[in-house]
Design a binder for this molecule. Structure first.
Ligand SMILES: Nc1ncnc2c1ncn2[C@@H]1O[C@H](COP(=O)(O)OP(=O)(O)OP(=O)(O)O)[C@@H](O)[C@H]1O
Ligand SMILES: [Mg+2]
Length: 307
């Protein structure tokens, strides 16, 4: 399938220009697109999720999740399982709620004033929003990498060593040194920073800062890693390195990745979830989503008719 064969990390617009151009010459396709776009104005126009949102070996289980920012509802009744050692890609047009949904999984929405999350969310069967849950260890188990790199105002070394120190994973210098080197190597940054580990993390380039944040996330050996457009600031080489890392990490971890690159989703994930207007439209194995989508809206999106 074509989306699998494009170059790793090539900049990928949400819309496939080739398909869009084809559509212009195909009157019936253009007409059906405008009908679809008109038809999908409200959440009520989207019925239940199609495909296979559930799995047997779920690491994360989300049921009937609704998220509100004040009065405005951003996520509508979303139910989804994320399987153990699985990579799930979350795709959909800008503003459809991908980041909002991802942030529910490690309670990062708690940090946004006015944001309210409803529904049942569990990690290994334990309630993520349970009254006794301490978010600090939760976020060590469910780590996060953001679109915009956010290194601490500390040295490169301390950015990576901080988590293992506060979570009591390592305290002796030799152990910390090993974790720092190993994490930076896996994030593809070691060779570029090994001679300046004591320099500030904020002094690195944007792409290097993002790899530093990935090293920081994996340094605490999380069970789940949430990645929100982790490669949008990276060049093709760094992107390819991160995609390799995702493959490696999957052996031990569970990963949810938001991406605007359908090629990236196709390369790294086993399952793909398509969101639209705060609803989960379709979840299927990635190959099905990109070659034979069940829902018209998924098809319209992946063929670049809107985005
Ligand atoms: N902090 C916030 N306060 C109020 N509304 C918000 C906030 N963050 C997101 N929203 C709204 O929630 C909806 C979903 O936004 P979200 O950022 O989750 O979308 P997204 O799919 O991640 O988009 P993008 O692809 O552009 O990152 C949007 O309507 C957005 O305006
Ligand atoms: Mg987002």
């Amino acid at each position: 399938m074509t989306s699998m064969t494009l170059n790793a990390g090539a900049p990928v617009p949400a819309q496939d220009k080739t398909n869009s151009a084809t559509d212009l010459t195909d009157k019936s396709a253009t007409e059906s697109t405008s009908v679809k776009q008109q038809a999908v104005k409200t959440q009520e126009d989207i019925a239940e999720t199609v495909g296979s949102p559930f799995c047997d070996e779920a690491k994360l289980r989300m049921r009937n999740v609704n998220v509100f920012y004040g009065e405005a509802q951003a996520i509508h009744d979303v139910s989804l399982d994320i399987g153990r050692n699985q990579v799930v890609a979350m795709i959909g047009p800008s503003g459809c709620g991908k980041s909002t949904f991802l942030r529910c999984l490690n309670r990062m929405n708690d940090t946004i004033e006015g944001c309210r999350v409803e529904g049942d969310l569990t990690l290994d069967g334990e309630a993520i929003y349970g009254p006794k849950v301490d978010v600090v260890p939760l976020r060590a188990r469910v780590g996060m990498v953001f679109q915009k790199p956010n290194p601490f105002p500390k040295s490169i070394y301390d950015n990576v060593a901080y988590g293992p120190k506060i979570h009591g994973i390592a305290s002796r210098r030799a152990e910390l040194d090993e974790i720092v080197e190993n994490s930076l190597r896996r994030a593809g940054l070691w060779d570029e920073v090994k001679d300046r580990l004591d320099k500030p993390g904020t002094g690195l380039s944007g792409g290097q800062q993002q790899r530093l944040c990935i090293a920081r996330a994996i340094a605490v050996s999380p069970e789940v890693i949430l990645m929100d457009e982790p490669c949008s600031a990276l060049d093709p080489i760094a992107t390819a390195r991160i995609e390799e890392l995702i493959h490696e990490l999957r052996e031990n971890y569970t990963i949810a990745i938001v991406t605007h690159s359908m090629q990236q989703a196709a390369r790294v994930s086993q399952r793909t979830a398509y969101f639209h207007l705060g609803k989960l439209v379709e979840v299927n194995d990635t190959e099905t989503v990109f070659t034979n989508p069940e829902h018209d809206l998924t098809e319209a999106y992946i063929t670049g008719r809107f985005g």
